[in-house]
Design a binder for this molecule. Structure first.
Ligand SMILES: Nc1ncnc2c1ncn2[C@@H]1O[C@H](COP(=O)(O)OP(=O)(O)OP(=O)(O)O)[C@@H](O)[C@H]1O
Length: 294
């Protein structure tokens, strides 16, 4: 719960070694002074992310919250390698990101499924693209479908599933590739409140895994409660262009159950502090919107 003014973290992080091997102890993900300027259709420029410093430790679960349109998705896009920063650096395991990497998994608000393929075939697709032989890919896919409670739905097609079931397919599709880095952009926001809580619990179980901490996660959400319930650390972004306003540690014990952790006094205390920080940025964003309309 320690506010980290300005969000400048790990400035003493080790840099890549001269022979290019990742330095021991490097954060899983790091943005250093990263900015992203987009060209607008009218030929102007729009700064979506400005001078952003952020470090995610190995196996750490970091949630990112900020007002709408501030630049959260753009930040994820920089980490994913889909976009390059206009200025600054983005590093994975101490190495500069130069494109999409196989160890990075994504879960977005929209499901990335092939509608003409069965559930099993959808979950097999990732390993198959990565060169895993068919029989092994099928076996792994069946294993993950079992873990997300969809063993009996392997032969269904995506349109024959509920929203929650489709989200479980998305999780299986991602975890089957055993990602070291997991980037999640409002993955549960299209779900109803109960299913959302259920999926959050399932995500924590999958991430925690049998061997303790799994992937290093960046989870973007509008929902402060969701952020606190899931994360080790919550990053509050400023009104756009996004930069880190404050970082809060969430010292709630694990394993956590989303519905019960919300009721703990410590949770409520953290929520109050974070909302004081985030609410101010939301107000700035609203006022800007209102003055534009006026
Ligand atoms: N490709 C692009 N070209 C031009 N502007 C863009 C592009 N992508 C994003 N933007 C602008 O950058 C800003 C940040 O967008 P981004 O999607 O990162 O925000 P966000 O915080 O994820 O939003 P939300 O919370 O509403 O999902 C917005 O003003 C958006 O219009």
């Amino acid at each position: 719960m320690n506010g980290n003014e300005g969000g400048r973290m790990n400035s003493d992080t080790p840099r890549p070694t001269p022979d290019g091997t990742p330095p021991a102890g490097a954060p899983a993900i790091e943005l250093r002074g990263a900015s992203k300027v987009f060209r607008t259709p009218s030929g102007g420029e729009h700064t979506a992310v400005r001078d952003l410093d952020l470090a995610v430790g190995q196996g750490e679960f970091v949630a990112v919250v900020g007002p709408t349109g501030c630049g959260k998705s753009t930040t994820l896009t920089l980490v994913s390698g889909l976009e390059e920063p206009t200025e600054g650096e983005v590093l994975i395991g101490g190495e500069p990101v130069t494109g999409i990497r196989p160890e990075v998994g994504f879960v977005f608000q929209q499901d990335a499924v092939f509608p003409w393929r069965s559930v099993l075939s959808n979950v097999m697709a990732g390993p198959r693209f990565r060169g895993v032989p068919k029989a092994e890919a099928r076996e792994r896919a069946r294993d993950w479908l079992g873990r997300v409670g969809l063993a009996a739905f392997a032969d269904r097609y995506p349109h024959q599933l509920s929203g929650g079931q489709r989200k479980r397919v998305a999780l299986a599709q991602t975890f089957v590739n055993e990602p070291e880095i997991l980037l999640m952009d409002e993955p549960f926001s299209a779900l109803d409140v109960q299913t959302r809580a259920l999926m959050s619990d399932e995500l924590l179980e999958l991430w925690g895994g049998a061997h303790g901490r799994g992937a290093s996660v960046v989870f973007v959400t509008h929902d402060l409660e969701e952020a606190i319930a899931l994360a080790d650390k919550v990053v509050v972004m400023t009104a756009g262009p996004a930069t880190v306003k404050e970082v809060f540690d969430v010292a709630l014990p694990r394993p956590r159950k989303v519905e019960s952790v919300r009721l703990e006094p410590q949770f409520i205390e953290i929520y109050r502090e974070m909302w004081a920080s985030l609410g101010e940025e939301v107000r700035i964003t609203r006022e800007r919107g209102a003055s534009r309309v006026a």
